[in-house]
Write a protein that binds this ligand. Structure first.
Ligand code: ZN
Length: 413
């Protein structure tokens, strides 16, 4: 039995109304230093330079994922009966902690360090941190059980599907939350309807009832629109491109010993193994300060990139096209720009849904009236057409805006 809090804690939330917490272990995790660190990491990386209200954090998203899972394990009858108490608490904690290993600017930081945030998430859960101690105090072995769900190794496949599949609590929360804070309406869908139509087949497969197909179609379309309107927005990618190039330049010029480099950046620049003690301090406050300091770096390109990030002086972007690329590169070169740093290509591609028809995998399954199950694209004409159409991809090039070209170039010193 897991200890309850003396009263139910209710936290106001613009997406879910309230987040309800009545388990001591969940409440202790929320109040831990590592979870509070998530207040210092934005949910959407560089998107706040495009959508000025997208300042919401991994902290609020993590609470939101927890709340959706709490509702699944208490309100969806098939899930209530399929899981024992230990599994219910494990999956609620996995929802709460699934993003605890994110670094500053989330996915941009993963690209700089070449390490997925899930690696840090599992280390923070298991390597004797405040979180590990809270989990182990609640029940011995709980930290491993929670980490196993996050690394897709849980003994119970139902738990993995609830947090990491194509219809999971993580996506449901971030689509609604990101739509709300960016002010885009595309990410909205009917969460209540989806929760109401969730079913469990054979005690371990999460499916949706046939009458929930329209709500799921809407959710898949919401995801598609959010990717192109928000997550892959070229201006946000421009910010993240400069962030990436800044660290590339610092590495290339061996600029680590310059007094303007804060100690935390040294580990990142030199690509040494990051200790959890260092990782704890790597947040967007530290990065913001680090950029300000780098505005005094002895290398002109480092200085320029740090100032660009500070002042939102971003690169222009254009669809990659041979003749145009040649023309722009020629002009940049003529003006003294080093094309290793002032020319960057970036490709993104996205399908709103993948069927993986050969196994159950993480696809969405629909339970028909005769109790048989079919994969979502066989139950929905819209989803069928989506996955049989071409994959949309976008190859962009990023470079200084033409309006800057006539400024005196002071970068070739
Ligand atoms: Zn998440």
């Amino acid at each position: 039995m897991f200890a309850k809090t003396s009263e139910v804690k209710v936290l106001r939330d613009p997406i879910h109304g309230y987040v309800h917490i009545d388990l001591q272990v969940v409440w202790d995790c929320v109040n831990s230093n590592w979870f509070q660190r998530l207040r210092r990491i934005r949910q959407l990386g560089g998107a706040y330079v495009v959508y000025h209200c997208a300042e919401h954090t991994r902290f609020s998203h993590s609470l939101g994922v927890y709340e959706i899972i709490r509702r699944m394990v208490t309100e969806v009858p098939d899930i209530v009966s399929a899981l024992n108490e230990h599994d219910k608490v494990t999956i609620m904690l996995a929802g709460l902690l699934h993003d605890i290993g994110h670094g500053p600017y989330s996915h941009a930081f993963e690209a700089i360090t070449n390490t997925s945030h899930e690696v840090f998430t599992c280390r923070i859960i298991e390597e004797n941190t405040e979180i590990t101690k809270i989990l182990e105090k609640a029940t011995k072995g709980l930290s491993k059980d929670v980490a196993d769900v996050i690394r897709h190794q849980s003994k119970n496949p139902l738990l993995t599907q609830m947090i990491s599949s194509q219809l999971d609590a993580d996506r449901m929360d971030y689509l609604l939350r990101d739509a709300y804070f960016t002010g885009t309406k595309y990410g909205e869908f009917d969460l209540e309807r989806i929760l109401r139509t969730l079913r469990v087949v054979d005690g371990k497969h999460l499916v949706v009832k046939e009458s929930g197909v329209y709500a799921v179609e809407n959710y898949i379309m919401a995801r598609y629109h959010m990717y192109w309107q928000v997550y892959y927005h070229p201006v946000a990618r421009s910010f993240e491109t400069i962030l990436h190039l800044l660290f590339k330049r610092l590495r290339d010029v061996k600029g680590v010993s310059d007094p303007s480099v804060i100690p935390l950046f040294k580990t990142v620049i030199m690509q040494k193994k990051i200790s959890l003690k260092q990782y704890f301090m790597l947040d967007e406050y530290a990065f913001g300060y680090g950029f300000l300091m780098l505005c005094n770096h002895s290398d002109a390109i480092v200085r320029d990139f740090a100032e660009r990030l500070r002042d939102r002086r971003l690169f222009a972007y254009a669809e990659s096209e041979k003749d145009q690329n040649r023309r722009i590169r020629h002009q940049l070169k003529k003006r003294g720009y080093d094309l290793d740093y002032y020319w960057s290509k970036d490709e993104v591609s996205q399908r709103p849904y993948e069927p993986y028809t050969d196994s159950r995998g993480d696809a969405i399954w629909v339970k028909l009236k005769d109790n048989s199950t079919v994969e979502m694209s066989n139950a929905s004409n819209i989803v069928y057409s989506l996955i049989h159409g071409p994959t949309r991809d976008e190859l962009n090039v990023y470079y200084p805006k033409e309006s800057e070209w006539n400024d005196e170039v002071k970068l070739s010193e």
